[in-house]
Design a protein around this ligand. Structure first.
Ligand SMILES: [Zn+2]
Ligand SMILES: [Zn+2]
Ligand SMILES: [Zn+2]
Length: 122
């Protein structure tokens, strides 16, 4: 399963402004390599550092799309996102809802919101 690149690009401008759906899945396609299992920085000779070459990542459901990287798995440039470690999703509590402190933006002034770890869901 592959993500279309144009979706990942256009999503990155709308930080936290739309409600995010919890997904009850136990594994997700690796966002960092887009399911290829190949390291996107080093090419065909290297396994993806995020999924170890599997092309997918086991997660603890429910998960939501990572707010920090908008699900792309990247933080800046070619580095994997710290919040989701490159998977593009983060696990949340089953009863979690929009974070009352930041109201879902994941931001608290110039810093990320502590209670929800910048995810907008707590
Ligand atoms: Zn991968
Ligand atoms: Zn992320
Ligand atoms: Zn918050």
């Amino acid at each position: 399963m592959k993500y279309p690149m144009n979706v990942l690009k256009t999503d990155s401008t709308a930080r936290g402004l739309r409600p995010r759906q919890k997904m009850f899945v136990s594994r997700v396609p690796c966002a960092f390599c887009r399911g290829d299992g190949v390291d996107p920085n080093y090419g065909n000779m290297s396994k993806c550092q995020v999924c170890g070459g599997a092309g997918e990542i086991k997660v603890k459901p429910p998960v939501v799309t990572c707010l920090s990287c908008s699900g792309s798995g990247y933080s800046s440039g070619f580095l994997s996102c710290l919040a989701c470690r490159g998977s593009g999703v983060v696990s949340v509590a089953p009863e979690a809802g929009t974070c009352p402190k930041c109201r879902g933006t994941g931001e608290d002034g110039v810093f990320y919101c502590i209670p929800c770890k910048g995810q907008g869901i707590a």
